[in-house]
Design a protein around this ligand. Structure first.
Ligand SMILES: Nc1ncnc2c1ncn2[C@@H]1O[C@H](COP(=O)(O)OP(=O)(O)OP(=O)(O)O)[C@@H](O)[C@H]1O
Ligand SMILES: [Mg+2]
Length: 296
């Protein structure tokens, strides 16, 4: 970056000694983004993604470029990076949510337990029960609190009878740290809860069908610090039985909840490493610039 500044200065005839001197940082365009640094592999992979590309608008926008990464069993993988770098695009590949976007194409291979999820013969409905998703904005169904959680287990045939279903609803709400707040008003609309409660309701809904993987796209961005802390505690608990991928703009959150962190930039997976390494000793110049707040 310094060279650009100095070059401009020379051309515009500005005094050199008035410019900040930053000599050791190469310009972004000079950095290698195509080779992911760190370690893309997980010891016990649940999902294996290889050479994934995502295009929008029938190919006009190339949002994800040749991304390969493993997602380990019972781990929390955090995905970070500047706005527009492709975090949500990549996350949506993992349960084929991009299928619902007109003009979106996904290339490459994504396997869940050695099964190719982009196989045409695969039914996406059970896939999305195995790989659940929680969105940035809580989106409860316009139904009661009870029904929001009971709906999935019912359509997937997970409850033999009403008392079974009641048990699943209670357990899911308890795991989502919401039960005590709603147990006396299960019949009331989910949309009547506070934002933080709605988000925990959506998490209860996601876990009620016993997914193997949970995808979370900035799940705390609309929450206050207390609700955020509850969701983070929940993520910590959930990791004991699920695999979680979380997109976050909060570096503190990534550091608190994840074991591995992936840094994206301009559609490339620039670095993936143990979370501790990413935040204390990043391998890539761009990761360092981002975590030290120089851009993003
Ligand atoms: N439905 C869409 N149609 C066209 N382009 C899209 C669509 N969704 C995303 N994009 C483009 O793909 C790129 C990556 O977007 P994406 O939403 O994945 O980024 P992000 O890292 O999640 O950003 P943010 O942090 O702001 O949520 C951007 O250039 C964006 O404009
Ligand atoms: Mg996003």
């Amino acid at each position: 970056m310094s060279t650009t500044v100095v070059g401009d200065a020379v051309e515009t005839g500005l005094e050199m000694n008035m410019l900040p001197v930053v000599q050791d940082e190469p310009a972004v365009e000079d950095l290698d983004l195509e080779t992911t640094v760190g370690d893309i592999s997980a010891a016990n992979p649940r999902m294996i993604c290889r050479n994934v590309d995502v295009f929008y608008d029938h190919g006009a926008v190339h949002a994800i470029r040749d991304v390969s990464i493993d997602i380990g069993n019972e781990e929390v993988l955090a995905m970070i990076g500047p706005s527009g770098c492709g975090k949500s695009s990549f996350l949506r590949c993992l349960n084929r949510m991009n299928d619902t976007i007109e003009g979106c194409q996904v290339r490459g291979s994504i396997k869940l337990d050695n099964q190719e999820i982009y196989d045409n013969r695969l039914d996406v409905v059970p896939l999305r029960a195995r790989i659940g998703m929680v969105f940035q904005k809580p989106n409860p169904f316009p139904k009661s609190i009870y029904e929001n959680v009971a709906y999935g287990p019912r359509i997937h045939g997970l409850a033999a009878n009403k008392s079974d279903l009641d048990g699943i609803v209670e357990k899911s709400l308890k795991r989502a740290a919401l039960w005590d707040e709603v147990k006396d008003r299960l019949g009331q609309p989910g949309t009547g809860l506070s934002g933080g409660q709605q988000q925990r309701l959506c998490i209860a809904r996601a876990i009620s069908v016993q997914p193997e993987v949970i995808l979370m796209d900035e799940p705390c961005s609309a929450l206050d610090p207390i609700a955020t802390a509850k969701v983070e505690e929940l993520i910590y608990e959930l990791r004991k039985r699920f695999t979680i991928v979380i997109v976050t703009h909060s570096m503190q959150q990534a550091a608190r909840v994840s074991q591995r962190t992936a840094y994206f930039h301009l559609g490339y997976l620039v670095e993936v490493n143990e979370t501790n390494t990413v935040f204390t000793n990043p391998e890539h110049q761009l990761t360092e610039s981002y975590i030290t707040g120089r851009f993003g």
